[in-house]
Design a binder for this molecule. Structure first.
Ligand code: PLP
Length: 410
C-alpha cells in the first residue's frame, strides 16, 4: 500500500492518499487477530458485575479456562496484561529474599526475572544460548548443588516469543522430580496457551501465567494464573506484599462467579466466545493447525534461504518464526517497507535482537490463506529491498501446506 499523491476530486487540490483498501495483515506474534465472532460478542451492553447474569458468565469462563489449561484446579483472571500475572505468580507464593531460578533464554524470560528482582526476590540465572532450548543438564546440576533446598521456584517460559524457541516444560518437571527438589514450578504460557499443547496438571506446574491476546484470540487486557494445591499452600506462607494481585479475594469471589473488583465484563464476553470457538474446533485440532501453518512458514524461509534464529529444528515454535536478517540488511527497514507498501505488520527483534531478527507470528485465528498472504507480503518486501532469495518462499509454502493438508482432503 504505497503512499500516493492524488488529485482530490472534491476540493481540486492534491493530497496524500490515506485510504487503505482491503484488510490489514496483523502478523506480529501477539496480539493476534481477533475473530469477528469474538468482536461481536464483546460488542454488547455492559451488565451489573454483581448481578445474576454476570454470575453465570463468571462461572462459565472460569470453568472453561480450566479445560484450556488442562487443570482441575482454580484459574484466576486479572484485568491486566501478562506482566501483571507474572507479578501475581511471584508475590502470591514467595517471600523477599527467596531464590528463584530463571533461564537465560530470551527477552521475556529476562523481563520476568526483572520483575522478581523488583519484588525483592533473589533471582538467579542458568546461562544459556537464546537460540537453543534451555539446558536441562545445567538445571539438574544446579538442583543437585542445592542440598538445603534454598531455591524456592524455577521459572520457565514455555514459548519464548522473542526467539521463536519452544522450551521443554515436561523435562523441567522431570529434573525437579529426579532431584526430589520441592521448588515450585512456574511456567509462562503467555504465547503457548491455546496454540501449543500446555498440560498444567500432567506436568505438575504450580503456577502458569497466560494472557488474552495470543492463542485465546482476544484483545489485550486479561491475564491468568492457573494454580496448583501446592501453590495455594505456598500462598499461606508467602510474605511478599500484595493487594490487587492477591489470589485470596479472587478465589473467594470466584466461588460465586464474581470478582473482588470491577472486572473487564466485555472482555469476559469475548473470552466466553473464544473458549466456545476453541472447543468447537477441538484443542487437538487447534494445535495441529498451528503445527501445519508453522510448517508452511518454515518452508518459505528455507526456500528464500533466510536463517532461522532458533538453531534446533525440533524446538522451533509453531506460533512464531523468528529469522535472522542477512548481513547488511536491517530488520526494521523490512518491517517498515511491508507495513507501508502491503499493510502487513511483522514483529521486530526485541532487546539485543533489535534490527537483526524479524518475527512472523502465525497464531490464533489464522488459516492457510492468511498465512499465504503474509508470506507473499514478505516476498514482495524482500524483493523491494534487493534482499537475495534463493527461490520463491510462497511457492514452497503452498507446496508444504498442500502436503500437510493432504490427509484432511483425501
Ligand atoms: N511472556 C511472553 C512469552 C510474552 O510473549 C509476553 C508478551 O508478548 C509477555 C510475557 C508479557 O506480556 P504482556 O505484554 O501482556 O504484559
Amino acid at each position: 500500500m504505497m503512499a500516493m499523491t492524488i488529485l482530490d476530486p472534491f476540493c481540486g487540490a492534491t493530497r496524500i492518499a490515506t485510504m487503505k483498501p482491503g484488510r490489514h495483515f496483523l502478523h506480529i506474534p501477539g496480539p493476534s487477530n481477533v475473530p469477528d465472532r469474538v468482536l461481536r460478542a464483546i460488542d454488547r451492553p455492559t451488565i451489573d458485575h454483581r448481578g445474576p447474569e454476570f454470575r453465570a458468565l463468571g462461572r462459565e469462563v472460569l470453568t472453561g479456562l480450566r479445560r484450556v489449561f488442562k487443570t482441575a484446579h482454580p484459574v484466576v483472571i486479572f484485568p491486566a496484561s501478562g506482566t501483571g500475572a507474572w507479578e501475581a505468580a511471584l508475590c502470591n507464593t514467595l517471600s523477599p529474599g527467596d531464590r528463584v531460578l530463571f533461564f537465560d533464554c530470551g527477552f521475556f524470560s529476562g523481563k520476568w526475572e526483572g520483575v522478581a528482582e523488583q519484588l525483592g526476590l533473589r533471582p538467579e540465572r542458568i546461562e544459556g544460548d537464546w537460540r537453543a532450548p534451555i539446558r536441562i543438564d545445567a538445571l539438574a546440576q544446579r538442583l543437585a548443588d542445592d542440598p538445603m533446598k534454598e531455591i524456592r521456584a524455577v521459572a520457565v517460559v514455555h514459548n519464548e516469543t522473542s526467539t521463536g524457541v519452544t522450551h521443554p516444560v515436561a523435562r523441567v518437571r522431570q529434573a525437579l522430580d529426579k532431584a526430589a527438589h520441592p521448588a515450585l514450578l512456574m511456567v509462562d504460557a503467555v504465547s503457548s496457551l491455546g496454540s501449543i499443547d500446555y498440560r498444567h496438571d500432567e506436568w505438575s506446574v504450580d503456577v502458569a501465567i497466560a494472557a488474552s491476546q495470543k492463542g485465546l484470540m482476544l484483545p489485550p487486557g486479561l491475564s491468568f494464573n492457573a494454580l496448583s494445591p501446592k501453590a495455594l499452600e505456598a500462598r499461606t506462607r508467602a510474605k511478599c506484599p500484595r493487594a490487587y494481585w492477591d489470589w485470596g479475594p479472587q478465589l473467594e469471589a470466584n466461588e460465586e462467579g464474581f470478582f473482588p473488583y470491577t472486572p473487564s465484563t466485555n472482555l469476559l464476553y469475548g473470552l466466553r466466545e473464544a473458549l466456545a470457538m476453541l472447543e468447537e474446533e477441538g484443542l487437538a485440532a487447534v494445535f495441529a493447525r498451528h503445527t501445519r501453518l508453522a510448517t508452511g512458514a518454515r518452508a518459505a524461509f528455507e526456500a528464500w534461504g533466510l536463517e532461522f534464529y532458533g538453531t534446533d529444528p525440533d524446538s522451533r515454535s509453531s506460533v512464531v518464526t523468528a529469522f535472522v536478517m542477512p548481513e547488511g540488511f536491517d530488520g526494521d527497514t523490512l518491517r517498515k517497507t511491508v507495513l507501508e507498501r502491503y499493510d502487513l505488520s511483522l514483529g521486530g527483534g526485541l532487546g539485543r535482537l533489535r534490527g537483526r531478527v524479524v518475527r512472523l507470528g502465525h497464531l490464533g485465528s489464522l488459516n492457510e490463506m492468511m498465512l499465504a498472504g503474509a508470506l507473499a507480503g514478505i516476498e514482495l518486501g524482500l524483493g523491494d529491498l534487493g534482499i537475495p532469495m534463493k527461490a520463491s518462499g510462497v511457492a514452497a509454502a503452498v507446496a508444504a501446506l498442500r502436503t500437510a493438508l493432504a490427509p484432511a482432503h483425501a
